[in-house]
Design a protein around this ligand. Structure first.
Ligand SMILES: Cc1cc2nc3c(=O)[nH]c(=O)nc-3n(C[C@H](O)[C@H](O)[C@H](O)COP(=O)(O)OP(=O)(O)OC[C@H]3O[C@@H](n4cnc5c(N)ncnc54)[C@H](O)[C@@H]3O)c2cc1C
Length: 240
């Protein structure tokens, strides 16, 4: 897809998801529909610096293409950062923010002929929520679809109720929440790595999609290759 022009995104709704994570809905008034592929991101131009390239922050689209001109982002506050304090403290319903997109190639290639293992931490769930909802709503055939989602505790699990509902509604979808700082019945305890290693213990044909912060992704790429999978089976989006 060619580089898209800068457009205006208007904040139309904001909701707290956890104490430090918010969902932001943007409308694109100049378009009737905002098409994108699940897994793509947009780049916001935030009023936080004189130099344009120091103002740009990218966010995966967490909603799915529904033919409307609205998209959703889920954003975690970094108190030490520049962009997210602006979004949390100054942006409100009605704020207009220039953005560019959709961008990126972190998308599910079809047909899906092997298991898909989605691995993320924190707001890295954004592109995966979009992909899972897209497969579900369009009845796209797939094999087993695993979402391994690492967080500190149950209260920091994003889209928790929605993922539990999808588990019931989507045949072959398996949701694996993993808590690193809380031991609770019904949840894996520890880090994401042991969970996808267990899922792939039989080395079944699988594709991996990794999303989140660099440390998790670097380790997962190494471990998945040690399991015997090839580099071409591993796709990733690094947040920082
Ligand atoms: C493709 C993509 C998709 C993404 N999707 C999401 C998403 O869906 N949700 C989400 O929450 N995030 C996402 N991110 C991350 C997002 O783009 C931002 O990096 C994040 O929101 C932090 O932005 P910030 O402006 O608040 O922090 P920044 O101002 O960028 O600072 C980040 C950190 O770096 C430190 N820092 C800054 N400058 C310096 C310096 N000079 N020296 C040392 N340390 C410094 C700060 O202390 C801070 O802790 C994505 C990133 C990419 C690349």
């Amino acid at each position: 897809m060619a580089l898209q022009p800068w457009r205006t995104g208007k904040v139309i709704r904001i909701e707290n998801e956890t104490p430090d994570t918010r969902r932001f809905w943007f409308e694109v008034p100049e378009l009737d529909a905002f098409p994108f592929l699940p897994g793509q991101f947009v780049t916001l131009d935030l009023p936080i610096h004189e130099k344009p390239n120091k103002r740009w922050r990218s966010y995966s689209i967490s909603s799915w293409p529904d033919g409307s001109n609205v998209f959703e982002l889920i954003i975690v506050l970094d108190q030490q950062g520049l962009g997210t304090p602006y979004l949390f403290e100054q942006a409100s319903v009605g704020t207009e923010i220039p953005f560019r997109g959709p961008q990126g190639v972190f998308t599910l290639k079809e047909p899906i002929e092997e298991d898909v293992v989605l691995v993320c931490t924190g707001t890295g769930i954004a592109p995966f929520r979009s992909m899972i909802q897209h497969l579900h709503r369009n009845g796209i055939p797939h094999k087993d679809l695993h979402l391994v989602f690492g967080c500190r505790n149950q209260s920091s699990l994003l889209y928790y109720d929605e993922m539990r509902s999808l588990e019931k509604a989507v045949p072959g979808f398996h949701y694996h929440p993993v808590l690193s700082r809380e031991e609770k019945e019904g949840f894996d305890h520890g880090y994401v790595h042991a969970v996808y290693e267990r899922i792939c213990a039989n080395r079944q044909p699988a594709r991996f999609y990794l999303c989140g912060w660099k440390g998790m992704i670097d380790e997962a790429r190494q471990r998945i290759q040690q399991l015997g999978y090839e580099k071409k089976d591993i796709h990733f989006e690094i947040y920082g």
